[in-house]
Design a protein around this ligand. Sequence first.
Ligand SMILES: Nc1ncnc2c1ncn2[C@@H]1O[C@H](COP(=O)(O)OP(=O)(O)OP(=O)(O)O)[C@@H](O)[C@H]1O
Ligand SMILES: [Mg+2]
Length: 280
Amino acid sequence: MSEMIRLEQVCLRFKTGFALDGLSFQVEAGQVFGFLGPSGAGKTTTIKLLTKQLQKDSGQIHLLGKPIEEVSRDDFEKIGVLTDTNGLYERMSIEENLRFFARLRNVSLARGEELLKRMGLYESRKTPVKKCSKGMRQRVSLAVVLLHEPKLLFLDEPTSGLDPATIQEVHRLLLEMKEEGTTIFLTTHNMEEADKLCDCVGILDQGRLVTSGSPLELKLRYAHDRINIRTAGGEVITVNKDAAGAEKILELARAGQLMTVHSEEPNLEEIFLMLTGRKF
Ligand SMILES: Nc1ncnc2c1ncn2[C@@H]1O[C@H](COP(=O)(O)OP(=O)(O)OP(=O)(O)O)[C@@H](O)[C@H]1O
Ligand SMILES: [Mg+2]
């Protein structure tokens, strides 16, 4: 199966007025797809639609190669979902939670232990979840989601609230899962993370997809029309990517004055701001 997720003209309207408006995109098997957008753009709503926690008003959704209406409970065994409302048992320790979910998922306890170690939770495994910090909870939730090695993973802001070292560990883990063929649909407010992890990103704004493609495709698509030249005298000259610009570069080169030529490409953060006009 090459297509894990496909949306065609999906619409959903809340009574409050917010709407997902004709959303269409697809995610290939084995890809990491980054779903980006300002707060309130509809990212979590989309994940809820894709995991059957909400119903669309119109349009088509295909999941695991079939219409979402035909996706069964068994199929959902292949899916892992991390959202902010993940149900951990507050009174139980971290380890007890992992054990509980490992039994539920029919997964070996060793897998749970390995994940606790990787998430830096092994030392504090006896701590009750109610005494855990936000970052710890996030890591426990992530460990629970990864227990059964799902084929398709939905991760809603998996690294929010984590310290840089744990973020690196989570990234390593996700890239490892990708290597093993897992498809990952993730939302993030961290553009560097999206750039590093994602094969493809979609930028959502007010319920509409404003652009999509690989990070490199987007950078080239929205590349500035400018080239910066540094001369032998230390002067920086900016020219456009046109005949006149080329002439100027040639002229400096002939005169032995050309030191560097630098074509600036925007990073994902700049593209995001350019397209949504907002901070995230
Ligand atoms: N069940 C609901 N009923 C009515 N409105 C809702 C409901 N769930 C979400 N909304 C509204 O839909 C819009 C999109 O919310 P959503 O949670 O999908 O945004 P998001 O892109 O995930 O934002 P964030 O980056 O802050 O997590 C918001 O305006 C929100 O208030
Ligand atoms: Mg959200």
